[in-house]
Design a protein. Structure first.
Length: 148
């Protein structure tokens, strides 16, 4: 344990704290001493006990106001976090829907491509058959002309 010597309201005090916490304790006591002296200047000398009580009440009031603000900020952060999670979920949902649409378009594209290829084969087959029919007709016509 470490010891810290402080002066409060014109009196010397020796306080103990954990090793390494001396500077922190001194800073706290400086703040309390300043609040005490401000109240003493503002309210006059009401007596040390009453001024100490009012100082303690002021410090606790500041503490609770700060705690309330921290809780409000925590709530705001929770709300933002929830909105972020909701937005993230919407983004993933949107992505999944778009991927489904892309797959559907790809499938339709493949089906259309296959249909075009099949139609091309059918067209070529029809052309071949028509060419053969025409050739056969021409041959028969030529044979008939030569037989006359």
């Amino acid at each position: 344990m470490a010891n810290v010597s402080i002066k409060f309201n014109g009196k010397e005090f020796l306080l103990s704290c954990d090793d390494g916490q001396e500077e922190h304790l001194e800073q706290l006591l400086i703040q309390i001493n300043q609040k005490f002296n401000l109240l003493k200047n503002d309210l006059g000398n009401l007596g040390e006990n009453k001024l100490l009580l009012i100082t303690a009440v002021k410090v606790m009031d500041e503490y609770y106001e700060t705690k309330k603000k921290v809780e409000q900020k925590k709530d705001e952060l929770r709300n933002l976090s929830n909105k972020f999670k909701e937005l993230k979920s919407l983004i993933y949902e949107y992505r999944d829907k778009k991927e489904e649409e892309i797959q559907k378009i790809k499938k339709n594209h493949d089906n259309l491509k296959n249909e075009i290829e099949q139609n091309q084969k059918n067209y070529e087959k029809l052309i071949d058959e028509a060419t053969n029919e025409i050739s056969s007709f021409v041959e028969k016509a030529t044979l008939m002309d030569s037989a006359k």
